[in-house]
Design a protein around this ligand. Sequence first.
Ligand code: DX5
Ligand code: ZN
Length: 224
Amino acid sequence: MADRKLPKAGTIEIAPSILSADFARLADEIAIVESAGVKMVHLDIMDGHFVPNITIGPPVIAKLRKYSNLVFDSHLMISEPDKYIEHFVEAGVNHITFHIEVTDKPEKIIDKLHKLGCTAGICLNPETPVEQIEKIAPLCDMVLVMTVHPGFGAQEFMQDAAKKVIKVREIVGPDIRIEVDGGIDPQTTPIVVSYGADTLVAGNAIFAQTDRIAAINAIRNAAK
Ligand code: DX5
Ligand code: ZN
């Protein structure tokens, strides 16, 4: 059985986002990326309120958990993360990222996640300044910098938003992961890695390709 913990910082990890996968065959899609040797899969959770789209919730995740040993990296694009955290942990997620834009008590949520045995991530939208997470970023296990507006896959990479990774890296040092999400592909990967990102979410660049494994390897090679 795999150690379902967010890998320690110091390696580049690819987190395929199932948002662009075939939702009717989710377990199979996850098994394919697992066979490519990734350690984590990125689960985009949308509530139709914080973002104008709706995806999946704890019942679907609980079913998927039986079919995968990957770290479930869940990205909560929801207005009230505090209300649902226990449900996601019970369903089997290992890491939860929530958005700074929806709470004025991020410390409380981070603390709760850690007490539940789940690693914690804070996320900032493209227009949200790094200053808003300056104090709490060091309390997290991973910081997620959005490089598109959240809500949909296959959008264009926003380089100005990606540049915030440089500042986040200065704040958190080498031991906390920095994840980027949106428009990551073999062309944009070298840019975000040069800024200091080590965890690369990719949806469209993987699941829109017929050969998902080759797509993952292309991103891996671009990160070198
Ligand atoms: C967007 C999601 C992303 C999305 C990225 O709101 O948070 O994880 O799947 O999609 P791509 O890689 O297609 O830009
Ligand atoms: Zn995401």
